[in-house]
Design a protein around this ligand. Structure first.
Ligand SMILES: Cc1cc2nc3c(=O)[nH]c(=O)nc-3n(C[C@H](O)[C@H](O)[C@H](O)COP(=O)(O)O)c2cc1C
Length: 295
């Protein structure tokens, strides 16, 4: 090996002696190009190995953020015929109009009645939410239903504790100004009045029985879609809800409900009937022209 390198060096010196400085420049360019290619190849290999690697690879790693997780196992399933339910054009127009009118009546309600609701209705709404599409069909959601008064009271306490700090310290003036028309504050009596609290948890990853991690994909999008279906089902059942975020109390509520560390509180949804004297802000929705662009 040492002999070969010596021979190469001698050959280079002879080449420079006979052909001058131009040949030296050409040799340097060739060697530089060759070593750059080798270094780029080594870097590429490292990126592929490292979880959350950098540069273009991140494009793919956004949804597959760790290579340490297991895949679902690639369980195979049969392909079955799918028969679509179709309607005449007139029927489609009527059905879509009527569905829109129903859904357009949905409002976020902050004043609840304590009137009870059969658990079957809540179960059906959650079944509906569970029909949502999800990244690679991982179904990364858990719907925790609270009916017990003492747990609702504890959740209210945890939420109000954080929400008071939010209003007094964490929220910007602009945020508070934007919320003014909704008449919200840190007091949330509805968390105890509503017959049910449905707490939607997002599973950041799944777990096998022996505790190994299973990768989940597009969890935010999947759980968000599932919650949308839940809201539509609640409306369809003639009930009301209030979409609300955990307001910084997520980790404490997760502990209270003994949820695993792979679960994050995503939304908190009281469900029931609106109070008889319930009022809602007179908000206007954007018109079709403002939200749709047709090419
Ligand atoms: C992600 C999300 C978080 C929300 N968080 C709260 C909340 O913490 N408290 C609240 O009173 N309303 C909350 N809302 C409800 C919005 O204020 C409400 O949807 C909006 O004012 C429109 O009113 P509508 O739902 O009656 O059409 C939230 C809505 C969304 C989509």
């Amino acid at each position: 090996m040492a002999g070969t390198i010596d021979n190469m060096i001698t050959a280079v010196i002879n080449l420079v002696k006979t052909n001058g400085i131009t040949s030296l420049i050409i040799i340097v360019i060739v060697i530089h190009g060759f070593t750059s290619k080798i270094l780029a190849w080594i870097n590429k290999k490292d990126e592929n190995r490292a979880p959350g690697g950098s540069t273009e690879n991140n494009q793919e790693k956004i949804t597959d953020d760790t290579n340490e997780h297991l895949s679902h196992g690639g369980e195979d399933c049969d392909m079955v015929p799918y028969k679509q339910t179709t309607y005449s054009e007139d029927e489609m127009k009527k059905r879509s109009q009527s569905f829109y009118e129903d859904i357009n009546h949905r409002r976020s309600v902050r004043f609840f009645s304590d009137k009870d609701v059969p658990i079957e209705v809540i179960e059906n709404c959650i079944r509906t939410a569970g029909t949502s599409p999800s990244g690679a069909h991982m179904q990364p959601w858990t719907f925790v239903v609270i009916k017990q008064a003492d747990i609702k009271a504890q959740i209210r306490e945890l939420i109000e504790e954080e929400e008071e700090i939010n209003y007094k310290k964490r929220m910007s003036e602009t945020w508070k100004k934007d919320l003014k028309r909704l008449r919200t504050n840190w007091e949330k009596p509805y968390l105890e009045t509503a017959p049910y609290l449905v707490l939607v948890f997002k599973q950041t990853h799944g777990l096998t029985e022996d505790g190994q991690k299973i990768t989940h994909y597009y969890t935010e999008e999947s759980v968000g879609l599932s919650c949308g279906l839940f809201l539509a089902a609640v409306q369809n059942a003639g009930l009301v809800t209030l979409t609300s975020t955990p307001m910084n109390a997520g980790p404490k509520i997760r502990m209270l409900l003994n949820r695993g560390s792979n679960e994050e509180l995503f939304l908190l949804l009281p469900v029931g009937y609106a109070a008889d004297d319930c009022k809602v802000p007179d908000l206007k929705r954007k018109s079709l022209d403002e939200i749709m662009v047709l090419f």
